[in-house]
Design a protein around this ligand. Structure first.
Ligand SMILES: [Zn+2]
Ligand SMILES: [Zn+2]
Length: 648
């Protein structure tokens, strides 16, 4: 008998040669019908692969990434079959699943695939799928594989790099492909498929090689899923932060300043400042102290921290002083500077924890092709902090950081998230620095803190950094897309490298534990995600302009100024639109700017000392005429719904 461990920790015994599908059926027939892929001891297997040793088995349905991957990769086989059918003589290369769908890189030689062909390809893929062909993996010898692909230089190159005895082909219908596995049981569950685009791609990503055609596709188990996906894509385009950032005048890029270096325009800077003040206020209550460090540091600093050895070659190159020959690097992270702040004086265990916070701007070299709006930039500001504590304080500190992160998410309308606990790979403990005892302490601190705070968690073994375990918050935005936001990371490495110490109750010197944490991650990336999550309709407390005063004619400008002053007394951010435009045009422009309240003033309002409210996106609805005091109460009540006071 072999022992199969399931993700819930339960262990079941089976006769050798049991397949993942058999195991699924032993759980329930209903569950087994939904299982489409599996992984065994961390390796993707077919649902029909006989298992011969003890091990951990994960069964995937469409709802898990593992299931989607197999689904999409399997569809790429069917698409390749159709491409070969429709364009005889083409050369297939590789067809993997990607985060949304799959692609196949094809050498079409003198043939050409055009948009006009997409529909025909899609229809044929579905026709073949309906025939319910099984995907069957079979081993082949290297010689046989080379013979089959003797006319395909790409597959020949792939096979040449494989070890004889490890090569497999996958058959379905009349089609065969070189493949190491990871398929759904049969084509029958592919119910919707669309070719998204074609693009050029160099063989092996090397521009010295021939340019191939990359055909991107996506598929789903229901037609409805495809329709929803396409609608989501349209909505994502409308919400693209690069587009909205321009429309809302938040940020810009300049070719002269340099790519990947965002310029914050007044409205964007005000928004960012409000976010920073919000976090600073909460951090002050949570016992953090603000520090400020320079944008560069001596190369030696990063040699000590280990960053130079790891990232030095892929960073911006050193800046040299003309006379002294000193070498400085642009700061890629704030941690080394903060370690040196800790080192300024000796500490006793009674002084700890020390919590140093800084909105620290860092610079990282990203290839120009990788740059993307505010989400991938070369200069960005982290809402960074480093906590130095004793191992005994780790548990409580971790819980405190989680409280702060949850407060931040709650105030900004991110309600849907999971926390990923990244632990050591249990099989390869020697990969990690630090004692077993400390690791166990840290891992347990994270697990307990997450459970204590009632977080929805997933555990990822082997995902810890080499210097410590971490907790990552994976947030789902309004479009259901997942983003990694806040990170909390335990570190045993840097305190040792910087020889940080504190005097313990035993009068001996000990090394403190360090926690790195950043609830936003970076201001740039966070604001990009916030723009797309809210479509620019930020929580009211954060809006650059909460209200705009629209005069029905210039006769009421003096009254409008009076209203503005009164609003300022109530700390409401407002502007007057006194352009010589029609009221209709002013409303349309304010709608475009997503200003939450339009306050219309005319003869009636001036006479009665009131304002007429028109809310963003609510034509005619909810409009009312109120006094300034009543309006201030409405604004404050609404702000109070999202922005709570942080308590410790
Ligand atoms: Zn395959
Ligand atoms: Zn750090």
């Amino acid at each position: 008998m072999i022992k199969i461990t399931l993700p819930d920790g339960s262990v079941k015994e089976f006769a050798p040669e049991v397949t993942p599908m058999d195991v699924a059926k032993s759980i329930s027939e209903g569950f087994a019908r939904n299982v489409i892929s599996a992984s065994f001891n961390g390796t993707i297997v077919e649902t029909t692969t006989p298992l011969t040793t003890d091990g951990s088995l994960i069964l995937y349905t469409w709802n898990e990434d593992g299931g989607k991957k197999a689904f999409w990769h399997s569809t790429s086989h069917v698409m390749a079959q159709v491409l070969e059918e429709m364009y005889p003589g083409i050369k297939l290369t590789l067809g993997p699943a990607i985060s949304n769908g799959f692609y196949y890189d094809v050498d079409f030689e003198d043939q050409k695939i055009t948009d006009a062909d997409f529909k025909k390809i899609e229809d044929r893929v579905l026709e073949i799928s309906r025939e319910k062909h099984e995907f069957k993996l079979r081993p082949v010898s290297k010689a046989e594989a080379l013979e089959v692909y003797k006319d395909n230089v790409y597959k020949t190159e792939l096979i040449s790099n494989l070890e004889d005895g490890t090569i497999t082909f996958c058959d379905h219908s009349t089609f065969t492909d070189l493949c190491r596995g990871g398929h759904i049981p049969n084509t029958g569950i592919i119910k919707a498929m669309k070719i998204m685009s074609v693009a050029g791609a160099y063989w092996r990503g090397d521009e010295k090689n021939k340019q191939l055609t990359r055909v991107y596709g996506i598929s789903f188990p229901k037609q409805k899923d495809l329709t929803e996906y396409l609608e989501l894509l349209e909505e994502a385009k409308r919400r693209d932060h690069r587009k909205l950032g321009k429309e809302l005048e938040l940020f810009a890029f300049s070719a002269k300043v340099g790519q990947g270096l965002p310029l914050w325009l007044p409205k964007g800077a005000a928004l960012r400042d409000r976010l920073e003040q919000f976090l600073k206020k909460a951090q002050k209550k949570a016992g953090y102290e603000q520090v400020i460090t320079p944008h560069i540091g001596q190369k030696e600093l990063y040699v000590t921290s280990g960053h130079y050895a790891k990232y030095g070659a892929d960073s911006f190159q050193p800046i040299n002083t003309p006379a002294e020959g000193e070498e400085f690097l642009l700061k890629p992270m704030n941690c080394p500077h903060h370690c040196e702040i800790y080192n300024v004086r000796p500490w006793s265990y009674k002084d700890l924890p020390k919590r140093y916070a800084e909105f620290g701007t860092v610079y990282r070299y990203e290839q120009s092709g990788e740059l993307h709006g505010l989400t991938r930039v070369r200069g960005f500001t982290q809402d960074d902090a480093h906590i130095f504590c004793t191992p005994d304080q780790l548990d409580q500190e971790f819980k405190n950081v989680i409280d702060l992160v949850l407060y931040v998410f709650g105030s900004l309308g991110f309600e849907n998230f999971t926390a990923q606990i990244s632990l050591r790979d249990q099989e390869n403990r020697e990969k990690y620095i630090g004692s077993d005892e400390n690791w166990e302490k840290a891992e347990n601190a994270i697990i307990n803190a997450a459970a204590d705070k009632g977080l929805k968690t997933v555990v990822a073994y082997g995902e810890a950094a080499f210097y410590g375990p971490k907790l990552d918050f994976m947030v789902k935005d309004a479009l259901g897309r997942q983003w990694q936001l806040g990170t909390i990371q335990v570190d045993y490495n840097l305190p040792e490298r910087f020889e940080l110490t504190y005097k313990g109750s035993d009068d001996q010197l000990h090394t403190p534990v360090m926690i790195h944490r950043a609830p936003f991650g970076s201001m740039e990336r966070f604001i990009a995600i916030l723009i797309e999550h809210t479509a620019g309709k930020f929580p009211l407390w954060l809006m650059p302009e909460q209200a705009i005063i629209l005069c029905l004619s210039e006769k009421y400008e003096i009254y409008a100024k009076k209203v503005l002053n009164l609003l300022e007394n109530h700390e409401i951010r407002a502007l007057i639109d006194n352009r010589n435009e029609t009221i209709g045009k002013k409303i349309r422009d304010a709608e475009m700017q997503k200003t939450p309240f339009m306050l219309i003033v005319g003869e009636e309002e001036e006479k009665n000392g009131t304002i007429s409210i028109r809310r963003h996106g609510q034509e005619g609805k909810g409009n009312s005429t109120v006094t300034i005091e009543e309006f201030a109460a409405i604004v404050n009540e609404e702000i109070g719904k999202t922005l709570k006071t942080f308590t410790v």
